[in-house]
Design a protein around this ligand. Sequence first.
Ligand code: AMP
Length: 508
Amino acid sequence: MSKLAPAIGIDLGTTFSVIARLDDLGRPETITNAEGDKITPSVVLFEGTNIVVGKEAVKAIATDAGSVAECAKRQLGQRVFDKLLGGRHYPPEALQAMVLNKLRQDASQRIGEIRQAIITVPAYFDEIRRKATQDAGYMAGLEVMNIINEPTAAAVAFGFKEGFLNPDGQGAERCNILVYDLGGGTFDVTVMELNGKEFNTLATDGDVQLGGRDWDQRLVDLVAEEFIRRHRIDPREDANTEGRLWRECEDAKRTLSARMKTSIACDYRGQAIRLEVTRDKFHEITQDLLDRTAFTTRQTLQAAGLDWKDVGRVLLVGGSTRMPAVVEMLRSLSGKEPDTSVSPDEAVAHGAALHAGLLLARSNGPPPRFNIRNVNSHSLGVVAVDPQTNRRRTAIMIPRNTPLPVKYKRSFKTIKPNQRSILVNIVEGESPSPDDCAQIGKCSVKPLPARLPADTPIDVYFRYEENGRLTVTVNVADKKIRHEIERDNSLSQDQLDSWRRFIVKPVG
Ligand code: AMP
């Protein structure tokens, strides 16, 4: 085993997570978990003081649903997860940290201690969710080398497979690819230009509340409504029964990817039904979800300034792209055969491991083997007051789809003499109304130097890093001044440290 730090990439998914590394020859490979599986359900069970993550936690949904946390990724950015677990409210990033901790511990058992990793996020994640993901990594005992976008990671894995990243790298001709990534809980579409070893993102869009879970939900509702029609009771009113039904429906959905029909059983309070569902029926009840992804796909292509004829490949990523309806929709939309050559489950983690390898090699000297250029997925703005209407509005500083990193200077002025502080409200989003944007936080600049006259310019520099994280610097008369971003729903360093002590247990 090599003594060098392993290059680790983690795909922290809404429903499943994957950890990968580069082998001694620099090839990505998935590390299996303690159960011997390549993918680990992102599900957490609280059993007294014991925390169980993965397959066993999934089994408990049918019997002990009240103690199980699922889909915490969808709630990142909120102060607490919306379900009480063992009488306690957990921040969603702490639940994500428990999943990461399981991946780290299991992988450490196989390949030796793991400290550093790259974690992926949906391209459409806003700054708040990116920070929450980085915090989850910290709480899981990891040093998060960087966070990168899932579609970009998938494109890197694709480039590797196609031979673009070989030392001679000559396999690559310039081509635009569209990455359609439909996972368990999120949807991303990204248009990239691959030019040899350059991976340039041209545009990205998506929906952090749309994924395979929503397809499952439609089947759950279909069966529940039939149950109500026949027996006048709703099986969804009991958490364990609903949990069992979810599992049945997710299973049925997978079956419908391979077969034209299946049946779903549900029993509750001594009554039972078995409902036959055809693939056509499944398509019919989920058509609007698919249409939403088609709409976003068209919009993203337009935002990239491209037409379908300019797109060389349509790359499918995420477990939900196994649904035949997705493939058919993209085929008819693009007029091309969608590319399913990368493993939809593993591509993201593999790309992240390749990127980790790149960063580690960078710090040891050899030249980088590929470059990634990203764009921001949301516009960055501050809250301003319209002098004409006196109403609060979003003043956009960095529009979405701007290549990163990018820096923007905005000058504020002191209103009165000897003013000692200013407060800047930072938001992300496209709406002119700040209330409809994501509130990143308040940046308070204090103390300002004493005795500044009124109208003194205060220069605030906003910088989006390559990973979509925001940094702020403030200058007055060429001197840097202290500032702090107060985030409403973020954990303090003390809280992070305390969660880290709680979550990270020594490997047994
Ligand atoms: P990911 O987040 O990429 O791991 O994707 C997980 C999602 O893919 C879950 O919603 C799964 O139910 C879904 N999925 C996995 N395999 C299939 C399949 N064969 N047919 C339909 N959906 C699937």
